[in-house]
Structures are given as C-alpha cells and as structure tokens.
Design a binder for this molecule. Sequence first.
Ligand code: PEP
Ligand code: MN
Length: 341
Amino acid sequence: MLVVMDKKATAEQVDAAVALIESRGYTARPIPGGQRVAICILHNHGPVDASVFLGLPGVKEAIPVTHPYKLVSRELQPEDSVVDVRGVRIGNGHLTVMAGPCAVESEEQALTIARLVKKAGAHLFRGGAFKPRTSPYAFQGLGEEGLKILAKVREETGMPVVTEAIDHEVFDLVEEYADVVQIGARNMQNFSLLRRAGRSDKPILLKRGLAATIEEWLMAAEYIMEGGNTGVILCERGVRTFAHHSRNTLDLSAIPVVRKESHLPVIVDPSHAAGRRNQVIPLSRGAVAVGCHGLMVEVHHQPERALSDGAQSLFPEQFEDLLRQIKAIFEVYCRANGCGE
Ligand code: PEP
Ligand code: MN
C-alpha cells in the first residue's frame, strides 16, 4: 500500500503517518517526489486496512500496490529515476554509454582502450576484474590488480568505472574501487549478493538473468532497493532461446515493458546478446529506437588477442561509428517522445 500525503502536509504529519505504520509492525519507507511525499508500506503479510490511515491529518489517499514489486514500481514513483554517477546521469532523457573491454587484461590494454572510447564519446568505462567464466580453466580476471588498473583509468580519463562483483566474498573490495558495481546475469537471483548490494552506497548495474522473466528481474531490483540502495540501473543483455545465430536473443520488447512498469533507468548490452561483432551496431540502433537509457558495449583495440569475448568486441573505429549512429537515432526518438530532463 502507498500512503500518499497531501502536497501541503507538514513534516510532523509525515512522521505521524510513519509512526502509525510502524506501530502496526510494518516498515514505512517515505518516497519524496516532485509534488508530494508518498509512504510505501513494506513487510505486510496480507492486505493493509486503508481506513486506518485515511483519517490521519495530511493524508490524501491510500492506494493499494497491485504488483509484487513495490519500490521499483511506477505505481510508487511516477517520475523516472535518474542515477548520478560522479556527475554522469543515467535515466530520464540521457543516453549514457558505458564501453570498454570484457576484462581488464593489463594497464596498457585498459588505458589504451579507455582513451579511445573516451575520445569517441563514452561516458563510463567498463571492464571486469573478476570474471564469471563458464570454464574454470578460462581467464578469471586480474582480481584486485584489475581494480587498481580501473582506478588509474578513472584518474587519467575522468570516466567513472563499472565492474562486476561476482560473489559476496569480493563485494567489499569491488565496492572500494568501483563507481558502479555490476551484478552479472548469472547472479541476478543470488539473493545474498542482492542484499549486500542493497547495503552499498554505490549504484548497482543489475543485468537480467539468462532465463529471467521481467517480473523476476524487477523483484531482484526490489531486493536492492529494499535494502536502502536507490541507485539501481537495469541492463537487458539477451536471454537464452533456441537460436544459434546469436549468443543470446536480445529481448528489445523488455525495454518498453520495464519503462512502463518501473521508474528505474534501463540500458542495453548488445555485446553479450550478440556474441558476434557484426550484430552489435544494428542491435544498438534498435535498442535506442525502443527507448533505452543507454548502452554497455564491449570494445577492444586488439580483439583477436582479447582474453575473453574478443569475437563480440568492436574495433574502436566501429565504436565511433556506433556513437554517431545512435546519437542521430536518439535525436529522432526525443523529438517524437520528449526526452525528460
Ligand atoms: C559482463 O558484462 O562482463 C558479463 C559477464 O555479462 P553478463 O553477466 O551479461 O553475461
Ligand atoms: Mn564479456
């Protein structure tokens, strides 16, 4: 249930509503909005009696929340969320591009690619230091050394960095270095990791699981928000289907659905969806056309020598071309739909 306060409600009236909610054994989560404060009731098992709150001074209405997800839902917050990463804004009218190699392989590799993607117009640098690999014999990432290299990339280029925490064990370390902590597709329903992310003060990039429904994905985001972390960015990266012409099947229909259901920013990773370089630019064009808030793209200056995902990594010149193309599409999208902020 959402207890919506009147525009003119005082802070004391909001506090009184919170106190009444908590006295009933529920959790009250005030959500300040542009127009008014709404208080979300969490941890209720079974229906909540609205009449209890409707009599309180300053309370305008009590609306039942119809979805299992609450904090991520548009019912709760009609306005788009914007996640601020060291001044780079993600969501509501911004088209934010994260680019870099699949994995940080060396300082020279990461800095070379970072300079190139920055020049082309990328806003954030991506690169895995801890890699979730299918095979235990495959390159697992440089670990903390990789994180230190990412810190150098940030220092030299000014780009915030996004990198994955593959488990609970490495979360603290990753959080120290990263500007955005990524939770990968394989971990989308790792609930202890989601709870840890919920206690973080860093924004979280939450990838959609390989076979997750949109409801499961939003419920995973709910875990993070329930813990108190409001900086959640969703990332569609393709789901597993019968198709072999691409690594995964990019579900572009998820973008309008997520935007309808949730106020959270949602970006697209065409690289892990495609698995092949030649599909990345067309899928990116489609992603921007359907209204995503940004892209995460793998780029490598020597993809034939990459230690992971070389086949899907764009050459830097292709990345420049991609940015030119998506900017043009985004302008058209904004002219037709308005662009928020
Ligand atoms: C990645 O972005 O490095 C990655 C491993 O992606 P995903 O979790 O989507 O497979
Ligand atoms: Mn990769």
